[in-house]
Design a protein around this ligand. Structure first.
Ligand code: SF4
Length: 495
């Protein structure tokens, strides 16, 4: 059992206490609609709250983010109790607890003076039924057709959505999978989201497509094969990048790509360099000179197509234009696949050993590929009832966030706030401290969220001024855990 702290919003005198009196020793958790009745020494269904000596307690310590690792000592036994500069620590929502139903003030409303300005941070763990993940998987390999179901342990937890440049995209979770299907679908969806949000790996299967193992910050594993390279660009872009380097070493280069296959001598880059036409015509639909769509079907072969034999995409070779001895390079957008051919007297491409200058450029394509990774962005609506834990007049918080007067963070990490109505936020789970997320069995995800604004603005919003506590008070109360943000995440308070 970890350090605990009393639930700051636990009711003292209420109907729940009546229930306690009826069954001595049992406390009822009111932090979510499940209303677990918890026996002494036990925890509720989510393990976040427990019965500690007859009182409801949040079982994890409140996580306070320190600007630098050496400052984490404030939360440990070595801390002497000296004041901590407010600009060096930030009270996060991790371990803060939840005040459901949200008309109660948030668990922690923290005052701190930063650069001479009285600031307030409202800290809570939000319960998100409306939440999901956008997962970016850096691979050319075909994972499945757009809109195909994505499954975990047989349950649909999301779908394949629009591919991006060099990446396949999944949309996972969302209210329909959490609440609109069977109970098992909701539970498996919630577990899948939770695992990915907390940095774990999940095996997913796409209907009619691939099996893929996804983990934030790690390389995807597609059908058992770890992906290593994110393509340098589409086939046309690859032509554009390397055209001048091929000049004098190859008479034609075809960059095989599921989306846009490039043909050097037809492409504007080849024409600009004065390359003569090769007479080699590839299959598919010509978009613009040297750029072809649909040369093959999507797959796990060359350039995200289903081909294993590159010559299969050549439709014809015009003997009036081509010539014996013509040197042809066929290469994929990652450089993982490459073959070198020379036309014989019958205009048939014959494989021959690749010359060193060409091999060097193929290697350079690989060198220009970034490592293939999975990125997991949590997306949720914070424009609902949790706002009532911040202010008695929630729309004022929404307007303040939309005007960028109130800053929203998750576990201290920055979030992107979508334009338009509501408070629709998106955050990179890899930018947040480890294990920042939890769940409740409704099912829904629990995520830390903080709203920071000047104290004067907070009071104008209808904030709970009487519940504001000083940072020093919260640190002195103990049961806090010091942590730092992952490398690369900016500290939420400007230095
Ligand atoms: S699931 Fe967790 S938060 Fe919900 S009532 Fe039970 S212990 Fe409390």
């Amino acid at each position: 059992m970890t350090t605990t702290h009393a639930d700051p919003a636990a009711p003292d005198e209420s109907a729940l206490d009546a229930a306690k009196r009826a069954e001595p020793g049992i406390v009822t958790c009111d932090a979510c609609p499940v209303l677990c009745r918890i026996r002494p020494g036990k925890t509720g269904a989510c393990d976040r709250f427990g019965n500690v000596e007859g009182r409801l307690a949040r079982m994890d310590p409140l996580t306070v983010i320190a600007r630098r690792p050496e400052m984490v000592a404030f939360a440990g036994a070595d801390w002497s109790g000296n004041p901590i500069a407010a600009q060096d620590v930030f009270v996060s929502g991790i371990g803060a607890g939840t005040t459901y139903p949200d008309y109660k003030p948030a668990p922690f409303i923290v005052a701190a003076e930063i650069d001479g300005v009285d600031m307030v941070t409202v800290v809570t763990e939000g319960i998100f039924s409306y939440c999901g993940l956008k997962v970016k998987i850096d691979t050319d390999r075909h994972l499945g057709a757009e809109r195909s179901a994505v499954r975990a342990r047989g349950e649909q937890v999301g779908h394949v959505t629009t591919a991006e440049y060099g990446s396949q995209m999944l949309s996972l979770g969302g209210v329909r999978h959490l609440t609109g299907g069977t109970k098992r679908e909701g539970v498996v969806t919630c577990e899948t989201l939770l695992t990915l949000c907390n940095g774990g790996a999940i095996e997913l299967a796409v209907d009619g497509g691939a099996a893929v193992t996804v983990q934030a910050g790690a390389a995807p594993i597609v059908d058992g094969v770890p992906e290593s390279r994110m393509r340098v660009g589409c086939g046309s872009a690859t032509i554009g990048i390397f055209a001048s380097q091929w000049l004098g070493h190859a008479d034609e280069v075809i960059v095989v790509d599921d989306h846009i296959t490039g043909v050097l001598t037809e492409h504007q880059a080849g024409r600009f360099l004065g390359l003569p036409p090769s007479g080699i015509r590839v299959r598919g639909r010509r978009s613009t000179p040297g750029r072809y769509f649909q040369v093959a079907n999507p797959g796990a072969g060359w350039g995200g197509t289903d081909i294993a034999e590159p010559l299969s995409i050549i439709e014809r070779i015009d003997p009036r234009i081509a010539w014996p001895g013509l040197r042809l390079l066929m290469v994929s957008t990652t450089g993982e696949h490459a073959a070198w051919f020379v036309l014989d007297e019958a205009m048939t491409p014959r494989p021959v050993p690749m010359p060193e200058p060409i091999a060097a450029i193929v290697a350079r394509i690989g060198e220009n590929c970034e490592p293939a990774l999975c990125s997991v962005l949590f997306m949720a609506g914070a424009g609902g009832s949790l706002r009532a834990g911040v202010t008695e007049n929630p729309v004022l918080l929404t307007r303040s966030v939309q005007k960028r007067l109130t800053r929203v963070t998750m576990g201290g990490a920055p979030v992107y706030v979508w334009p338009g109505g509501g408070i629709t936020i998106m955050a990179d789970v890899a930018a947040m401290p480890a294990n920042a997320f939890g769940h409740v069995p409704t099912p829904a995800l629990v995520a830390p969220i903080e709203f920071t604004m000047p104290r004067a603005d907070y009071l104008l919003l209808g904030g709970y001024g009487e519940r504001v506590r000083s940072l020093a008070d919260i640190l002195a109360a103990g049961a806090v855990r010091g942590a730092t943000l992952p490398p690369g995440t900016l500290f939420p308070i400007a230095e």
